[in-house]
Design a protein around this ligand. Structure first.
Ligand SMILES: [Zn+2]
Length: 286
């Protein structure tokens, strides 16, 4: 974990973090009286999951559902319907490629709280979490897709407002360090979050690159904000706003299966590129 996180850092800082990691693990081990392993406390590596599971698991999360329709388009298109249809297209594409396993937080019109979506991904040891949404703006001229990663501070005002709206239907998930002493859990949680956020940035950049070849993107399409559904400390996560249902062109496109299939292809191409990048980084570092 620490090795990946420290790419590009100074040697002194690396030494400091290595010493810190060793100290944290020793402290934790002493407190656990040698009786438990890290795995017992559900500390999982962001990309590996438990050993022996084979292909990485991608969790696809169509936003909203059931009593929560999400935003409504000019022609009455419901966000919950287009994001589910796109999610099913992504699942189909992943299954056809046989490179990853795939699971969805919902496959029908059901309400699922944000916390449950994250817990689902954690319980299944997801390697990646991809949340799908569609946007809405008062100005009907605004159009294009955008890709978000988690951050405590938003990149801009509209991202902050968007996160507020998307966060409306659930509670924030906390870190998962079970019965560990709080001080140790805090340090481990912070180290893990930093590594996960770095990987989320790689995934976000990859999504921007491949989605740009399939659809119009907003200016500055790589944004960040305090999205509850992206808060898992151990799973690289992005939220994709596929377009604006308040824009006639975007709404028309999102209603077309061919367009959604194109988006699904771009998303899976981006997942491929993400894994190439992170595996390449590990190979270089040995
Ligand atoms: Zn949404």
């Amino acid at each position: 974990m620490a090795r990946v996180m420290m790419a590009g850092c100074s040697k002194r800082y690396r030494t400091f973090v290595q010493a810190l990691a060793v100290g944290v693990v020793s402290l934790w081990a002493a407190n656990a009286a040698g009786a438990r392993t890290l795995a017992d406390h559900h500390v999982t590596h962001p990309h590996h999951g438990p050993p022996g599971r084979g292909r990485p698991l991608v969790v696809v999360d169509p936003g909203h559902g059931g009593k929560d329709p999400g935003c409504i388009g000019l022609r009455g298109t419901r966000e919950k319907d287009v994001v589910l249809a796109t999610g099913l297209a992504v699942r189909h594409r992943i299954e056809a490629g046989h490179r990853y396993r795939v699971a969805m937080t919902r496959t029908g019109d059901e309400f699922i709280a944000l916390r449950q979506r994250v817990v689902f991904a954690q319980q299944h040891h997801a390697a990646l979490f991809i949340s799908l949404h569609a946007n809405h703006a008062r100005n009907h001229l605004v159009h294009g897709a955008s890709i978000y990663r988690f951050a405590y501070r938003a990149s801009d005002l509209s991202s902050a407002r968007l996160a507020e709206r998307e966060n409306g239907a659930g509670l924030l998930p906390g870190p998962r360090f079970g019965r560990m002493p709080p001080a140790v859990a805090d340090i481990l949680s912070s180290l893990m979050r930093r590594e996960t956020w770095l990987h989320s940035s790689v995934l976000q950049a990859s999504m921007v690159r491949y989605l740009a070849s399939r659809t119009t993107l907003l200016p500055d399409p790589d944004r960040h904000a305090h999205f509850a559904v992206l808060r898992a400390p151990d799973i690289p996560s992005v939220l994709i706003e596929l377009g604006f249902l308040s824009n006639p062109g975007d709404e028309r496109q999102l209603r077309r299966a061919a367009h959604r299939a194109g988006l699904a292809r771009a998303i899976v191409d981006a997942i491929d590129a993400y894994f190439r990048t992170v595996r390449g980084q590990r190979a270089v570092r040995g």
